[in-house]
Design a protein around this ligand. Structure first.
Ligand SMILES: [Mn+2]
Length: 365
């Protein structure tokens, strides 16, 4: 089990690599998608104030090139860290893969090239979230310990996704109207979305296997059966099994978000959180872990500090250790702490907790 830190695009620099190293991380998970550019605001989004969702997907093509991947890996390595994963595809690169639109074939070719480039550079994991509505509908709350600002979900009034938007980002500014007056994304069935995922994996997995890159699916956050009139894929614990069974390849695995899994309602096949973790840890197909805690389940939950939520995170680490989990744990979003660097303090707190928890498993006391 290894400790990592996820960094957003504007943070992929020496200062933040050193921050990660100082806080005990050995691995970096990089976000290249241009959301949350303003440092310090990454964990708190108020959707109502942002007509453009998480922003306009206007990719810096250099940042998705072989050269950029190579140079970024070298810069990370120069600080004594490893480049473990990229988290999320750029919406502009795959909107028609999600929507089954006319540019799908060209966009699949672009994704395949990225996977090949990652393999060539030696970045072992690609995290992704196959979702139409994406992460949406959350608000800032102040119920974490010490009134720390964090994210909550409380039965938001849902509006359809306007044309030109998918994954809560705008990919076509010309077509996009926040009120959806130029049209909205058509509703489809759950099976249709699973078919799209199957087609996507059927084409990308052979490339990933050849490149030595593992694909890791994040569950739907918030985990509701539908959001904004569109279906969700992994919104209940047993649905990860559907993913794993679809293609029984080691390269078809999970970005195991403990926070999202804890938010899920308890009506499915599993009833106990730790049994569920045990079940998936035993598959060997957890490629990395989002280490986050919450209070409550959909449709009402709040994100809290790692040691202060419904899940006993020490118990989770014990289960992962028992199954010889070799991947990386990263803090997911954390509550922001009252100081000059709220994001950094939140991450450092989580990393310290995680490092001690891992140490406690192997310590001879
Ligand atoms: Mn997550």
């Amino acid at each position: 089990m290894k400790l990592g830190l996820g960094l957003y695009g504007g943070m992929l620099n020496q200062e933040h690599y050193r921050f990660a190293k100082q806080a005990g991380a050995t691995h970096i998970v990089a976000h290249v998608v241009g959301y949350f550019q303003k440092e310090g605001t990454q964990s708190v989004i108020t959707d109502g104030s942002l007509d453009y969702g998480f922003g306009i997907s206007n990719p810096d093509e250099y940042a998705w090139s072989y050269e950029w991947l190579r140079d970024t890996k070298a810069a990370i390595n120069a600080e004594g860290l490893e480049f473990e994963a990229i988290e999320n595809f750029e919406p502009a690169h795959w909107y028609d893969v999600l929507l089954d639109g006319p540019k799908r074939a060209a966009q699949m070719a672009r994704l395949k090239q990225l996977i090949r480039d990652m393999g060539r550079v030696g970045i072992p994991v690609m995290g992704y979230n196959f979702s139409l509505a994406g992460v949406w509908g959350r608000q800032t709350v102040h119920v974490a310990r010490g009134s720390a600002p964090s994210v909550g979900f409380h039965e938001t009034v849902e509006t359809p996704i306007p044309d030109g938007m998918v994954w809560n980002m705008v990919y076509d500014v010309e077509r996009y109207d926040p009120q959806g007056r130029r049209g909205t994304v058509a509703p489809i069935t759950h099976d249709e979305l699973w078919n799209r995922l199957g087609r996507f994996l059927g084409e990308l997995l052979p490339v990933a296997e050849e490149a030595g890159v593992k694909l890791a699916l994040h569950p739907d956050d918030p985990p509701l059966p539908t959001l904004r009139g569109t279906p969700r894929l992994v919104y209940a614990w047993e649905m990860y099994d559907r993913l794993l069974q679809m293609f029984p390849s080691l390269h078809n695995g999970m970005e195991f978000c403990l926070g999202t899994l804890a938010e899920m309602s308890r009506h499915g096949e599993f009833t106990d959180f730790y049994e569920m973790v045990e079940h998936y840890a035993a598959t060997g197909r957890i490629h990395y872990v989002h280490f986050r805690n919450v209070r409550g389940t959909v449709p009402n939950y709040d994100e809290v500090f790692v040691d202060d939520g419904d899940v006993d995170m020490m118990k989770v680490i014990k289960i992962l250790h028992k199954h010889d989990f070799q991947g990386v744990l990263i803090p997911d979003h954390t509550p922001q702490m009252a100081c000059a660097a709220p994001w950094h303090a939140g991450k450092a707190y989580a990393l310290g907790y995680m490092k001690a928890a891992i140490r406690a498993l192997t310590a001879e006391i």
